[in-house]
Design a protein around this ligand. Structure first.
Ligand code: GDP
Length: 534
């Protein structure tokens, strides 16, 4: 991460033991199940299954949550803290659906690492890739969990190759699966020379772990059927030759990801992953800010708001600002400076999110996430300090609609650019509009950071440097209605008309007044702020 950090003395133990991370995955890969198992081992809940039940109860509480329920997606991010071994884990939940990606982007500004969960049968999926790229923008260290190994899965080398190629990151196996699908018996723990055997009968039972003295140890043959053992030996041999060794520094710099194989639902591989996050995951990192960086071991407390959630608790009708502590040792009742308004703020009822229930936070350290109930003073990006006028940077602000024109650095590459944009439009990563007058494209996104993601992807995947520039328009509406009326409208408003990647007609403007006027003047037409994705 930041070079300046390496010259500093070791962090105080309370801070050094914190691991603040998010899970990134494609929907259905097993993020919820893995979270439940983390909490189960973290002692935060008694029985797996509670996260889901709790989540569903909460989701009925507001329209937004209702929408989430109807669509079967998770949009509410929350933070959960739990202890395991000597570590304090802070897991910040990310919404999985791409419509809500701006939320995810912000969440990732509050963590020091990400756990990437992939489905062993599916490999790297579209959402995995998108989220990974956001992590890469911040050089976040990534630890990988390849889930559902109890099912028929892809060949281990194939999975590793796919991650290396699609995500351009070195992959080092931390464990190696033994057998496939029904034959899957467990993993060989490469980092610690142990055999981990899965118990299919009891899903909440921790795997049997057997210490092995190297690959010649006769104990291996006692536990692994002969044909699987031969295959394991062969594969481990190949892995040793072909795949890079674990380099903890490369992991911390985000160039290498260790991969564990397991089955979250069978509680298999989860402990090894947790221990891995402890051993190889980063301590709380310095935070970029103006006019100076903030270091976690500074004695004075500082923090920043990365998420605001309304109506978390219907009884209180409050808003909770999620604050990532960037430095210091926070104690309940502290008076902090709200830097934007220059006003002091007594933080008398902060909450820590301990898995199932909110609890009053008596104290917290750099790296922790606390919730501060408030009536709207706290906004995303706000900084709280003990008095210094310092402002945390790098937290994107998201207007609901952002439009920018995009140009290729090399004007001869316009066709190339069009192709790239169409691909992203089809993926749903951005809206792409071709104005009917003039050249170039207008790109619309929900979050400003998405422009950066797009620019870096276009450069990476198409070798095409591009520039995003402010557009004269701020809103887009899809136009529909009887053909005659649409034609008449289009002819009279050519300056404002564009087509999206599907060829559908879009009206662009910067004035709500324009939209109101058209609705009045063209009663047959519908101007719509949304369009069904096909
Ligand atoms: P999320 O959408 O990423 O949160 O995924 P979930 O945790 O909800 O899991 C999606 C589905 O996969 C659920 O039906 C889980 O029961 C199932 N699942 C999760 N982990 C495993 C696993 O290790 N093996 C198998 N066979 N199924 C799993």
């Amino acid at each position: 991460m930041l070079d300046t950090a390496s010259n500093r003395p070791a962090l105080p133990p309370e801070i050094a033991r914190r691991r603040t991370f998010a899970i990134i995955s494609h929907p259905d890969a097993g993020k919820t199940t893995l979270t439940e198992k983390f909490l189960l081992y973290g002692g935060a809940i008694q029985m797996a299954g509670q996260v889901r039940a709790k989540g569903e109860a909460r989701r009925t509480r507001s329209d937004f949550m209702q929408m989430e329920k109807d669509r079967g997606i998770s949009v509410s991010a929350s933070a959960m803290s739990f202890d395991y071994g000597k570590f304090r884990f802070n897991l910040v939940d990310t919404p999985g659906h791409s419509d809500f990606s701006e939320d995810t982007y912000r969440t990732l500004t509050a963590v020091d690492a990400a756990v990437m969960v992939i489905d062993g049968a599916k490999g790297v999926e579209s959402q995995t890739q998108k989220l990974f790229e956001v992590c890469r923008l911040r050089d976040l260290p990534i630890l990988t969990f390849c889930n559902k190994m109890d099912r028929e899965s892809r060949d281990t080398f194939e999975i590793i190759d796919e991650i290396q190629e699609m995500l351009a990151i070195d992959v080092t196996p931390a464990s190696w699966p033994i057998g496939q699908g029904r034959d899957f018996v467990g993993c060989y723990d490469i980092l610690r020379d142990r055999l981990e055997l899965m118990d299919r009968a009891d899903r909440n039972k921790v795997a049997e772990s057997i210490k092995i003295e190297g690959l010649d140890d006769p104990k291996l043959a006692e536990h692994v059927p002969a044909h699987l053992l031969d295959q394991l030996m062969e594969e481990l041999e190949m892995a040793r030759e072909l795949l890079p060794k674990l380099d903890p520094q490369a992991v911390l710099e985000g160039h290498m990801t260790p991969i564990w194989f397991g089955s979250a639902i069978n509680s298999f591989g989860v402990k090894e992953l947790m221990e891995g996050i402890g051993a190889y995951g980063p301590e709380p990192q310095p935070q970029s800010a103006e006019p100076r960086q903030i270091f976690p071991d500074e004695t004075k407390v500082s923090g920043f708001v990365f998420k605001v959630q309304a109506n978390m608790d219907p009884k209180h009708r409050d808003r909770v600002a999620f604050v990532r502590l960037a430095s210091g040792h926070f104690k309940r009742g502290m008076k902090l400076l709200h830097v934007r308004s220059k006003k002091p703020m007594a933080v008398s009822n902060p909450v820590l999110f301990l898995a199932s229930d909110r609890e009053l936070a008596e104290e917290a350290w750099a790296g922790d996430i606390i919730g501060i109930p408030n009536h709207g003073q706290l906004r995303i990006g706000d900084t709280l300090t003990e008095g210094e006028a310092i402002r945390v940077t790098g937290i994107p602000s998201f207007a609901p609609e952002l439009l920018q024109t995009v140009r290729a650095g090399d004007p001869m590459k316009a066709k190339h650019l069009e192709k790239a944009l169409m691909q992203f439009a089809e993926e749903g990563a951005a809206k792409v509009f071709k104005p009917s007058i003039g050249s170039g494209f207008i790109v619309g996104v929900v979050g400003a950071l998405q422009f950066e993601v797009l620019a870096s992807r276009i450069e990476m995947e198409y070798g095409l440097p591009v520039r995003f520039e402010p557009s004269q328009f701020t809103s887009a509406r899809w136009v529909s209605g009887p053909k005659l009326a649409v034609d008449k409208f289009v002819n009279a408003n050519k300056q404002h008309i564009a087509h999206d990647h599907d060829g559908d007609i879009v009206y662009l403007t910067r004035l709500q007044w324009d939209i109101d006027r058209i609705e009045r003047d063209y009663p047959d037409l519908t101007l719509s702020a949304t369009k069904e994705m096909m």
